[in-house]
Design a protein around this ligand. Sequence first.
Ligand code: FAD
Ligand code: SF4
Length: 496
Amino acid sequence: MAKTLVYVAHDNLHRNRGALALAAPESHEVVFVESQRMLQSQRWHKQRIFFMLSAARHFAAELKAIGFKVHYLKATDTAAGINSIKNSFSEVIAAEPSSFRLYKSLQSIGVKFIDNDFFLTPRSLFAHWAKGEKSLKMENFYRWQRIRLNILMESEKPVGGAWNFDEENRLPPPKEPYSWPKYPNWQRDQIDLEVIEEIDNSSYVGQIDEEIWGTTRQFALAQLDQFLDKSFADFGPYEDAMTTKSWALHHSLLSPYLNLGLITAEEVIDAAIKRYQKGKIPLSSCEGFIRQIIGWREYINGIYWLFGENYRNENHFGSNRKLLPLFEDASKTSMNCVANSINDIEQRAWVHHIPRLMVLSNLAMLADINPAEFLAWMRRVFIDAADWVMVPNVIGMSMHADGGKMSTKPYIAGGAYISRMSDYCSSCKYNPKLRIGENACPFTTLYWHYLNRNRELLKRNHRMFQQINASKKLADIEATVAAGDEILDGLERGEV
Ligand code: FAD
Ligand code: SF4
Protein backbone atom coordinates (compact mmCIF):
# COMPACT_ATOMS: atom_id res chain seq x y z
CA MET A 1 0.00 0.00 0.00
CA ALA A 2 1.23 3.51 -0.83
CA LYS A 3 2.56 5.46 2.12
CA THR A 4 1.55 8.94 3.29
CA LEU A 5 4.00 11.78 2.67
CA VAL A 6 4.55 14.25 5.52
CA TYR A 7 5.75 17.69 4.46
CA VAL A 8 7.81 19.22 7.27
CA ALA A 9 8.02 23.01 6.95
CA HIS A 10 11.18 24.74 8.19
CA ASP A 11 9.30 25.88 11.31
CA ASN A 12 7.78 22.49 12.22
CA LEU A 13 10.92 20.82 13.55
CA HIS A 14 9.38 18.73 16.33
CA ARG A 15 8.80 14.98 16.31
CA ASN A 16 5.63 15.16 18.44
CA ARG A 17 3.89 18.14 16.85
CA GLY A 18 2.03 18.90 13.66
CA ALA A 19 1.77 16.18 11.01
CA LEU A 20 4.77 14.25 12.34
CA ALA A 21 2.93 13.49 15.57
CA LEU A 22 0.73 11.12 13.54
CA ALA A 23 3.55 9.56 11.53
CA ALA A 24 5.44 6.28 11.81
CA PRO A 25 8.32 5.03 9.60
CA GLU A 26 6.29 1.99 8.47
CA SER A 27 3.44 4.08 7.05
CA HIS A 28 4.93 7.53 6.33
CA GLU A 29 7.82 9.13 4.49
CA VAL A 30 8.98 12.68 5.07
CA VAL A 31 9.84 15.54 2.73
CA PHE A 32 11.73 18.77 3.38
CA VAL A 33 12.13 21.38 0.64
CA GLU A 34 14.78 24.08 0.42
CA SER A 35 12.95 26.61 -1.71
CA GLN A 36 15.26 28.50 -4.05
CA ARG A 37 12.54 31.14 -4.43
CA MET A 38 12.73 31.87 -0.72
CA LEU A 39 16.52 31.69 -0.53
CA GLN A 40 17.08 33.99 -3.48
CA SER A 41 14.22 36.44 -3.02
CA GLN A 42 15.94 38.71 -0.46
CA ARG A 43 19.32 39.75 0.83
CA TRP A 44 18.73 37.78 4.05
CA HIS A 45 21.00 37.93 7.06
CA LYS A 46 23.47 35.03 6.70
CA GLN A 47 22.93 33.97 10.30
CA ARG A 48 19.21 33.59 9.68
CA ILE A 49 19.61 31.46 6.57
CA PHE A 50 22.34 29.40 8.20
CA PHE A 51 20.14 28.78 11.23
CA MET A 52 17.07 27.76 9.22
CA LEU A 53 18.89 25.47 6.80
CA SER A 54 21.16 23.85 9.34
CA ALA A 55 18.33 23.23 11.84
CA ALA A 56 16.21 21.61 9.10
CA ARG A 57 19.12 19.43 7.92
CA HIS A 58 19.88 18.35 11.51
CA PHE A 59 16.25 17.48 12.08
CA ALA A 60 16.07 15.54 8.80
CA ALA A 61 19.11 13.54 9.94
CA GLU A 62 17.43 12.83 13.31
CA LEU A 63 14.31 11.51 11.55
CA LYS A 64 16.47 9.28 9.35
CA ALA A 65 18.21 7.96 12.45
CA ILE A 66 14.88 6.79 13.90
CA GLY A 67 13.93 4.98 10.72
CA PHE A 68 12.04 7.43 8.51
CA LYS A 69 12.75 7.60 4.80
CA VAL A 70 13.48 11.31 4.28
CA HIS A 71 13.42 13.19 0.97
CA TYR A 72 15.51 16.33 1.39
CA LEU A 73 14.90 18.33 -1.78
CA LYS A 74 16.17 21.55 -3.29
CA ALA A 75 13.51 22.91 -5.66
CA THR A 76 12.42 26.16 -7.28
CA ASP A 77 9.74 26.48 -4.60
CA THR A 78 8.04 24.34 -1.96
CA ALA A 79 5.08 23.30 -4.10
CA ALA A 80 7.37 22.27 -6.98
CA GLY A 81 9.44 20.13 -4.60
CA ILE A 82 6.40 18.31 -3.18
CA ASN A 83 4.86 17.93 -6.64
CA SER A 84 8.01 16.25 -7.92
CA ILE A 85 7.44 13.18 -5.69
CA LYS A 86 3.86 13.30 -4.49
CA ASN A 87 2.42 10.88 -7.06
CA SER A 88 4.09 7.93 -5.34
CA PHE A 89 2.07 8.55 -2.17
CA SER A 90 -1.53 8.08 -1.12
CA GLU A 91 -1.72 11.64 0.23
CA VAL A 92 0.42 14.52 1.47
CA ILE A 93 -0.15 15.91 4.95
CA ALA A 94 1.34 18.93 6.75
CA ALA A 95 0.69 21.07 9.81
CA GLU A 96 -1.41 24.15 8.93
CA PRO A 97 1.27 26.52 7.57
CA SER A 98 2.29 29.60 9.54
CA SER A 99 2.02 32.11 6.67
CA PHE A 100 -0.72 33.04 4.22
CA ARG A 101 1.64 32.48 1.30
CA LEU A 102 2.54 28.88 2.22
CA TYR A 103 -1.06 28.13 3.19
CA LYS A 104 -2.27 29.05 -0.30
CA SER A 105 0.58 27.33 -2.06
CA LEU A 106 0.12 23.99 -0.24
CA GLN A 107 -3.65 24.20 -0.53
CA SER A 108 -3.33 24.65 -4.30
CA ILE A 109 -1.53 21.28 -4.63
CA GLY A 110 -3.98 19.40 -2.43
CA VAL A 111 -1.96 19.03 0.78
CA LYS A 112 -4.17 17.97 3.70
CA PHE A 113 -3.73 20.13 6.80
CA ILE A 114 -3.41 18.89 10.37
CA ASP A 115 -4.14 21.41 13.19
CA ASN A 116 -1.14 23.57 13.94
CA ASP A 117 -0.33 22.76 17.57
CA PHE A 118 2.91 24.73 17.70
CA PHE A 119 0.90 27.42 19.53
CA LEU A 120 -1.16 27.20 22.70
CA THR A 121 -4.13 29.01 21.15
CA PRO A 122 -5.82 27.63 18.03
CA ARG A 123 -6.61 30.32 15.44
CA SER A 124 -10.35 29.72 15.78
CA LEU A 125 -10.20 30.10 19.57
CA PHE A 126 -8.40 33.44 19.26
CA ALA A 127 -11.05 34.62 16.80
CA HIS A 128 -13.70 33.54 19.30
CA TRP A 129 -11.99 35.58 22.06
CA ALA A 130 -11.66 38.60 19.75
CA LYS A 131 -15.34 38.49 18.84
CA GLY A 132 -16.34 39.12 22.44
CA GLU A 133 -13.97 42.10 22.93
CA LYS A 134 -14.57 45.81 22.34
CA SER A 135 -10.89 46.49 21.79
CA LEU A 136 -8.25 43.84 21.27
CA LYS A 137 -6.03 44.73 24.22
CA MET A 138 -3.18 42.27 24.82
CA GLU A 139 -3.67 42.70 28.57
CA ASN A 140 -7.24 41.36 28.37
CA PHE A 141 -6.15 38.46 26.19
CA TYR A 142 -3.34 37.66 28.62
CA ARG A 143 -5.67 37.54 31.63
CA TRP A 144 -8.03 35.31 29.65
CA GLN A 145 -5.09 33.01 28.84
CA ARG A 146 -3.97 32.87 32.47
CA ILE A 147 -7.45 31.72 33.52
CA ARG A 148 -7.99 29.43 30.53
CA LEU A 149 -4.63 27.69 30.89
CA ASN A 150 -4.67 27.89 34.70
CA ILE A 151 -1.21 29.38 34.92
CA LEU A 152 -0.13 31.32 38.04
CA MET A 153 -3.70 31.22 39.35
CA GLU A 154 -4.96 30.55 42.87
CA SER A 155 -8.69 30.03 43.47
CA GLU A 156 -9.53 31.94 40.29
CA LYS A 157 -7.33 34.89 41.36
CA PRO A 158 -3.85 35.71 40.04
CA VAL A 159 -1.06 34.44 42.30
CA GLY A 160 0.31 37.34 44.35
CA GLY A 161 -2.93 39.30 43.99
CA ALA A 162 -1.97 41.18 40.80
CA TRP A 163 -1.91 40.41 37.07
CA ASN A 164 1.35 42.22 36.49
CA PHE A 165 4.30 43.62 38.41
CA ASP A 166 5.41 46.35 36.03
CA GLU A 167 6.24 48.64 38.94
CA GLU A 168 8.98 46.23 40.04
CA ASN A 169 10.11 45.51 36.49
CA ARG A 170 11.29 47.87 33.77
CA LEU A 171 14.32 49.22 35.63
CA PRO A 172 17.23 50.94 33.89
CA PRO A 173 20.50 48.95 33.64
CA PRO A 174 22.03 48.18 37.05
CA LYS A 175 25.00 50.16 38.34
CA GLU A 176 28.43 48.67 37.61
CA PRO A 177 30.03 46.43 38.70
CA TYR A 178 27.33 43.94 37.79
CA SER A 179 27.86 40.42 36.61
CA TRP A 180 25.90 39.60 33.44
CA PRO A 181 25.38 35.93 32.58
CA LYS A 182 27.52 34.14 30.02
CA TYR A 183 25.71 32.71 27.00
CA PRO A 184 26.28 29.16 25.78
CA ASN A 185 28.59 28.52 22.88
CA TRP A 186 27.51 26.03 20.26
CA GLN A 187 30.29 23.90 18.82
CA ARG A 188 29.66 23.81 15.09
CA ASP A 189 29.38 20.30 13.67
CA GLN A 190 29.81 18.92 10.15
CA ILE A 191 26.28 19.86 9.03
CA ASP A 192 26.72 23.44 10.30
CA LEU A 193 30.06 23.77 8.53
CA GLU A 194 28.61 22.52 5.26
CA VAL A 195 25.79 25.05 5.39
CA ILE A 196 28.18 27.85 6.30
CA GLU A 197 30.37 27.00 3.33
CA GLU A 198 27.37 27.02 0.99
CA ILE A 199 26.12 30.43 2.01
CA ASP A 200 29.18 32.32 3.13
CA ASN A 201 30.17 33.73 -0.24
CA SER A 202 26.66 34.52 -1.31
CA SER A 203 24.90 37.85 -1.60
CA TYR A 204 23.43 37.70 1.91
CA VAL A 205 24.23 40.35 4.56
CA GLY A 206 25.64 40.25 8.10
CA GLN A 207 28.13 37.96 9.78
CA ILE A 208 28.04 34.33 10.70
CA ASP A 209 31.10 33.81 12.85
CA GLU A 210 29.59 33.91 16.37
CA GLU A 211 28.75 30.52 17.76
CA ILE A 212 25.67 31.52 19.69
CA TRP A 213 22.79 29.97 17.81
CA GLY A 214 22.67 26.20 18.09
CA THR A 215 20.85 24.25 15.43
CA THR A 216 19.28 21.31 17.29
CA ARG A 217 16.56 20.66 19.83
CA GLN A 218 19.27 19.50 22.22
CA PHE A 219 20.81 22.96 22.12
CA ALA A 220 17.41 24.65 22.49
CA LEU A 221 16.83 22.65 25.69
CA ALA A 222 20.30 23.61 26.93
CA GLN A 223 19.49 27.26 26.23
CA LEU A 224 16.27 26.95 28.23
CA ASP A 225 18.18 25.45 31.18
CA GLN A 226 20.81 28.14 30.97
CA PHE A 227 18.13 30.82 31.04
CA LEU A 228 16.34 29.28 34.01
CA ASP A 229 19.60 28.88 35.95
CA LYS A 230 21.31 32.16 35.18
CA SER A 231 18.76 34.73 34.02
CA PHE A 232 15.22 33.91 35.07
CA ALA A 233 15.45 35.48 38.53
CA ASP A 234 16.50 38.86 37.13
CA PHE A 235 14.49 38.71 33.91
CA GLY A 236 11.75 41.04 35.19
CA PRO A 237 13.71 44.00 36.55
CA TYR A 238 15.93 44.38 33.48
CA GLU A 239 13.65 43.23 30.68
CA ASP A 240 13.41 46.73 29.21
CA ALA A 241 16.96 47.88 29.95
CA MET A 242 19.62 48.38 27.25
CA THR A 243 23.33 48.36 27.95
CA THR A 244 26.58 48.26 26.04
CA LYS A 245 27.90 45.89 28.77
CA SER A 246 25.74 42.94 27.73
CA TRP A 247 24.14 42.20 24.38
CA ALA A 248 21.36 39.91 25.71
CA LEU A 249 21.04 40.99 29.38
CA HIS A 250 18.72 38.45 31.02
CA HIS A 251 16.64 37.66 27.94
CA SER A 252 16.00 34.00 27.22
CA LEU A 253 17.22 33.90 23.57
CA LEU A 254 14.54 31.30 22.95
CA SER A 255 12.58 32.97 20.15
CA PRO A 256 14.56 31.38 17.26
CA TYR A 257 14.05 27.89 18.73
CA LEU A 258 10.40 28.45 19.56
CA ASN A 259 9.75 29.81 16.09
CA LEU A 260 11.28 26.80 14.33
CA GLY A 261 9.43 24.37 16.60
CA LEU A 262 12.64 22.97 18.11
CA ILE A 263 11.08 23.65 21.48
CA THR A 264 7.44 24.41 22.27
CA ALA A 265 5.76 27.11 24.33
CA GLU A 266 4.29 24.40 26.52
CA GLU A 267 7.71 22.97 27.30
CA VAL A 268 9.09 26.41 28.12
CA ILE A 269 6.15 27.32 30.37
CA ASP A 270 6.19 23.98 32.21
CA ALA A 271 9.91 24.28 32.92
CA ALA A 272 9.58 27.91 34.03
CA ILE A 273 6.71 27.20 36.41
CA LYS A 274 8.56 24.20 37.90
CA ARG A 275 11.63 26.35 38.47
CA TYR A 276 9.54 29.11 40.06
CA GLN A 277 7.87 26.59 42.39
CA LYS A 278 11.28 25.40 43.59
CA GLY A 279 11.83 28.92 45.04
CA LYS A 280 14.34 31.77 44.59
CA ILE A 281 12.60 33.16 41.50
CA PRO A 282 10.69 36.38 42.29
CA LEU A 283 7.06 36.32 41.17
CA SER A 284 7.65 39.55 39.22
CA SER A 285 10.24 37.82 37.02
CA CYS A 286 8.20 34.67 36.59
CA GLU A 287 5.03 36.59 35.70
CA GLY A 288 6.97 38.91 33.35
CA PHE A 289 8.37 35.94 31.43
CA ILE A 290 5.11 33.93 31.35
CA ARG A 291 3.38 37.05 29.96
CA GLN A 292 5.78 37.07 26.98
CA ILE A 293 5.04 33.48 26.07
CA ILE A 294 1.34 32.91 26.79
CA GLY A 295 0.46 36.57 26.26
CA TRP A 296 2.49 38.37 23.62
CA ARG A 297 3.53 35.42 21.49
CA GLU A 298 0.07 33.91 21.26
CA TYR A 299 -1.61 37.28 20.85
CA ILE A 300 0.64 38.22 17.93
CA ASN A 301 -0.05 34.95 16.14
CA GLY A 302 -3.79 35.36 16.74
CA ILE A 303 -3.74 38.90 15.34
CA TYR A 304 -1.86 37.78 12.20
CA TRP A 305 -4.61 35.32 11.27
CA LEU A 306 -7.47 37.51 12.50
CA PHE A 307 -6.53 40.61 10.49
CA GLY A 308 -5.86 38.73 7.28
CA GLU A 309 -3.54 38.84 4.37
CA ASN A 310 -3.81 42.52 3.51
CA TYR A 311 -3.02 43.76 7.01
CA ARG A 312 0.66 44.00 5.99
CA ASN A 313 -0.21 46.84 3.55
CA GLU A 314 -1.73 49.23 6.10
CA ASN A 315 -0.20 52.71 6.13
CA HIS A 316 -2.38 54.96 8.33
CA PHE A 317 0.05 57.89 8.33
CA GLY A 318 0.79 57.66 4.61
CA SER A 319 4.51 57.31 5.42
CA ASN A 320 6.57 57.03 2.29
CA ARG A 321 10.21 57.70 3.02
CA LYS A 322 12.62 55.04 1.76
CA LEU A 323 14.62 52.92 4.17
CA LEU A 324 17.45 55.04 5.65
CA PRO A 325 21.08 54.10 4.80
CA LEU A 326 21.82 53.61 8.51
CA PHE A 327 19.65 50.49 8.63
CA GLU A 328 22.04 48.77 6.25
CA ASP A 329 25.25 50.31 7.56
CA ALA A 330 25.91 51.48 11.12
CA SER A 331 28.70 53.79 9.95
CA LYS A 332 26.02 56.02 8.38
CA THR A 333 24.97 57.38 11.78
CA SER A 334 26.51 58.98 14.87
CA MET A 335 23.48 58.09 16.99
CA ASN A 336 25.05 55.76 19.52
CA CYS A 337 21.85 53.86 20.35
CA VAL A 338 21.09 53.20 16.68
CA ALA A 339 24.66 52.33 15.67
CA ASN A 340 24.93 49.86 18.59
CA SER A 341 21.67 48.17 17.68
CA ILE A 342 22.61 47.89 13.99
CA ASN A 343 26.07 46.54 14.86
CA ASP A 344 24.50 43.95 17.16
CA ILE A 345 22.14 42.87 14.38
CA GLU A 346 25.01 42.66 11.91
CA GLN A 347 26.87 40.39 14.35
CA ARG A 348 24.07 38.18 15.72
CA ALA A 349 20.82 38.90 13.81
CA TRP A 350 19.20 39.67 17.16
CA VAL A 351 18.50 42.51 19.60
CA HIS A 352 15.88 42.36 22.32
CA HIS A 353 12.41 43.86 22.20
CA ILE A 354 13.29 47.38 23.40
CA PRO A 355 15.96 48.17 20.77
CA ARG A 356 13.52 46.72 18.19
CA LEU A 357 10.65 48.83 19.47
CA MET A 358 12.03 51.97 21.07
CA VAL A 359 15.20 52.50 19.00
CA LEU A 360 14.78 51.05 15.49
CA SER A 361 11.01 51.16 15.02
CA ASN A 362 10.75 54.43 16.95
CA LEU A 363 13.24 55.98 14.52
CA ALA A 364 11.42 54.48 11.52
CA MET A 365 8.17 55.98 12.74
CA LEU A 366 9.55 59.38 13.62
CA ALA A 367 11.28 59.51 10.22
CA ASP A 368 8.14 58.49 8.31
CA ILE A 369 9.67 55.35 6.79
CA ASN A 370 7.25 53.42 4.64
CA PRO A 371 5.94 50.60 6.92
CA ALA A 372 6.13 47.92 4.20
CA GLU A 373 9.79 48.80 3.51
CA PHE A 374 10.62 48.72 7.20
CA LEU A 375 8.78 45.41 7.61
CA ALA A 376 10.75 43.89 4.72
CA TRP A 377 14.03 45.02 6.30
CA MET A 378 13.13 43.60 9.70
CA ARG A 379 12.09 40.28 8.17
CA ARG A 380 15.41 40.05 6.37
CA VAL A 381 17.77 40.69 9.26
CA PHE A 382 16.38 39.00 12.38
CA ILE A 383 17.13 35.38 13.22
CA ASP A 384 13.65 34.83 14.71
CA ALA A 385 11.68 36.59 11.96
CA ALA A 386 8.65 34.96 10.38
CA ASP A 387 5.66 36.44 8.62
CA TRP A 388 3.18 35.71 11.45
CA VAL A 389 5.33 37.44 14.03
CA MET A 390 6.82 40.34 12.07
CA VAL A 391 3.64 41.63 10.43
CA PRO A 392 1.65 42.41 13.63
CA ASN A 393 4.76 43.49 15.57
CA VAL A 394 5.75 45.98 12.88
CA ILE A 395 2.49 47.08 11.26
CA GLY A 396 0.40 47.04 14.44
CA MET A 397 2.61 47.44 17.43
CA SER A 398 5.68 49.38 16.39
CA MET A 399 4.60 51.50 13.38
CA HIS A 400 0.94 52.05 14.35
CA ALA A 401 0.34 51.74 10.62
CA ASP A 402 -3.07 50.17 11.27
CA GLY A 403 -4.31 53.40 12.91
CA GLY A 404 -4.82 51.66 16.26
CA LYS A 405 -6.57 48.38 15.47
CA MET A 406 -4.02 46.58 17.59
CA SER A 407 -2.27 49.08 19.92
CA THR A 408 -4.10 51.97 21.48
CA LYS A 409 -1.27 54.47 20.93
CA PRO A 410 1.91 54.80 18.88
CA TYR A 411 5.11 53.74 20.67
CA ILE A 412 7.08 56.92 20.09
CA ALA A 413 9.57 58.58 22.40
CA GLY A 414 12.28 61.20 22.39
CA GLY A 415 15.84 60.76 23.67
CA ALA A 416 14.71 61.01 27.33
CA TYR A 417 13.29 57.46 27.27
CA ILE A 418 16.42 55.97 25.68
CA SER A 419 18.60 57.94 28.08
CA ARG A 420 16.64 56.63 31.11
CA MET A 421 16.64 53.00 29.97
CA SER A 422 20.19 52.66 28.61
CA ASP A 423 23.81 53.72 28.95
CA TYR A 424 24.01 54.75 25.28
CA CYS A 425 23.65 58.51 25.69
CA SER A 426 26.67 59.14 27.92
CA SER A 427 29.05 58.37 25.05
CA CYS A 428 26.93 59.81 22.23
CA LYS A 429 27.74 62.93 20.25
CA TYR A 430 24.14 64.07 20.82
CA ASN A 431 22.40 65.30 23.97
CA PRO A 432 19.01 63.70 24.69
CA LYS A 433 17.80 66.83 26.49
CA LEU A 434 18.25 69.13 23.48
CA ARG A 435 15.81 69.49 20.60
CA ILE A 436 17.57 72.30 18.75
CA GLY A 437 21.21 73.06 18.08
CA GLU A 438 24.14 71.14 16.73
CA ASN A 439 24.09 68.54 19.51
CA ALA A 440 20.32 68.10 19.68
CA CYS A 441 19.33 64.44 19.90
CA PRO A 442 17.58 63.45 16.64
CA PHE A 443 15.06 61.39 18.61
CA THR A 444 14.11 64.38 20.76
CA THR A 445 13.77 66.77 17.82
CA LEU A 446 11.88 64.30 15.65
CA TYR A 447 9.55 63.37 18.49
CA TRP A 448 8.17 66.95 18.60
CA HIS A 449 8.31 67.23 14.82
CA TYR A 450 6.20 64.06 14.58
CA LEU A 451 3.59 65.26 17.09
CA ASN A 452 3.34 68.58 15.30
CA ARG A 453 2.88 67.13 11.81
CA ASN A 454 0.46 64.39 12.91
CA ARG A 455 -1.78 66.46 15.18
CA GLU A 456 -4.88 65.97 13.07
CA LEU A 457 -4.48 62.20 12.80
CA LEU A 458 -3.80 61.80 16.51
CA LYS A 459 -6.18 64.33 18.03
CA ARG A 460 -8.96 61.79 18.62
CA ASN A 461 -6.64 59.40 20.44
CA HIS A 462 -7.26 60.14 24.12
CA ARG A 463 -3.99 58.45 25.09
CA MET A 464 -2.09 61.02 22.97
CA PHE A 465 -3.99 64.03 24.26
CA GLN A 466 -1.35 65.18 26.76
CA GLN A 467 1.52 64.85 24.29
CA ILE A 468 -0.34 66.69 21.53
CA ASN A 469 -1.24 69.46 23.98
CA ALA A 470 2.37 69.74 25.12
CA SER A 471 3.52 70.07 21.51
CA LYS A 472 1.08 72.93 20.94
CA LYS A 473 2.56 74.81 23.90
CA LEU A 474 6.19 74.52 22.85
CA ALA A 475 7.56 78.06 22.51
CA ASP A 476 10.25 76.96 20.06
CA ILE A 477 8.09 74.68 17.91
CA GLU A 478 8.95 76.52 14.68
CA ALA A 479 12.67 76.19 15.28
CA THR A 480 12.14 72.53 16.30
CA VAL A 481 10.25 71.79 13.09
CA ALA A 482 12.99 73.44 11.02
CA ALA A 483 15.63 71.41 12.90
CA GLY A 484 13.56 68.25 12.35
CA ASP A 485 13.41 68.94 8.59
CA GLU A 486 17.18 69.19 8.50
CA ILE A 487 17.60 65.98 10.48
CA LEU A 488 15.29 64.12 8.08
CA ASP A 489 17.37 65.32 5.12
CA GLY A 490 20.56 64.37 6.94
CA LEU A 491 19.22 60.91 7.77
CA GLU A 492 18.46 60.33 4.09
CA ARG A 493 22.05 61.24 3.22
CA GLY A 494 23.40 59.01 6.03
CA GLU A 495 24.96 62.01 7.80
CA VAL A 496 23.18 62.23 11.19
P1 FAD B 1 12.42 37.13 25.80
O1 FAD B 1 12.47 38.57 26.14
O2 FAD B 1 13.19 36.21 26.66
O3 FAD B 1 10.87 36.72 25.76
C1 FAD B 1 10.46 35.35 25.79
C2 FAD B 1 9.67 34.98 24.58
O4 FAD B 1 8.47 35.71 24.50
C3 FAD B 1 10.35 35.22 23.24
O5 FAD B 1 11.27 34.19 22.96
C4 FAD B 1 9.17 35.23 22.30
O6 FAD B 1 8.87 33.93 21.88
C5 FAD B 1 8.02 35.76 23.15
N1 FAD B 1 7.67 37.15 22.81
C6 FAD B 1 7.84 38.24 23.56
N2 FAD B 1 7.32 39.32 22.95
C7 FAD B 1 6.82 38.90 21.77
C8 FAD B 1 6.17 39.57 20.69
N3 FAD B 1 5.95 40.89 20.69
N4 FAD B 1 5.84 38.83 19.63
C9 FAD B 1 6.06 37.48 19.60
N5 FAD B 1 6.68 36.82 20.59
C10 FAD B 1 7.04 37.53 21.68
N6 FAD B 1 9.76 38.07 18.06
C11 FAD B 1 9.99 37.03 17.26
O7 FAD B 1 10.00 35.89 17.73
N7 FAD B 1 10.18 37.20 15.92
C12 FAD B 1 10.15 38.43 15.35
O8 FAD B 1 10.31 38.54 14.14
C13 FAD B 1 9.92 39.54 16.18
N8 FAD B 1 9.88 40.79 15.66
C14 FAD B 1 9.65 41.85 16.47
C15 FAD B 1 9.60 43.13 15.90
C16 FAD B 1 9.33 44.22 16.68
C17 FAD B 1 9.24 45.57 16.06
C18 FAD B 1 9.14 44.05 18.07
C19 FAD B 1 8.84 45.21 18.94
C20 FAD B 1 9.20 42.79 18.64
C21 FAD B 1 9.46 41.68 17.85
N9 FAD B 1 9.53 40.39 18.39
C22 FAD B 1 9.74 39.32 17.57
C23 FAD B 1 9.30 40.16 19.82
C24 FAD B 1 10.54 40.17 20.69
O9 FAD B 1 11.35 41.27 20.40
C25 FAD B 1 11.36 38.89 20.52
O10 FAD B 1 10.52 37.77 20.63
C26 FAD B 1 12.42 38.77 21.59
O11 FAD B 1 13.27 39.88 21.55
C27 FAD B 1 13.19 37.49 21.38
O12 FAD B 1 14.23 37.34 22.30
P2 FAD B 1 14.08 36.38 23.54
O13 FAD B 1 13.73 35.02 23.08
O14 FAD B 1 15.30 36.52 24.38
O15 FAD B 1 12.83 36.98 24.28
FE1 SF4 C 1 20.38 57.89 20.99
FE2 SF4 C 1 19.88 60.52 21.35
FE3 SF4 C 1 20.91 59.05 23.32
FE4 SF4 C 1 22.40 59.64 21.19
S1 SF4 C 1 21.55 61.09 22.67
S2 SF4 C 1 22.24 57.67 22.22
S3 SF4 C 1 20.86 59.57 19.56
S4 SF4 C 1 18.91 58.81 22.40
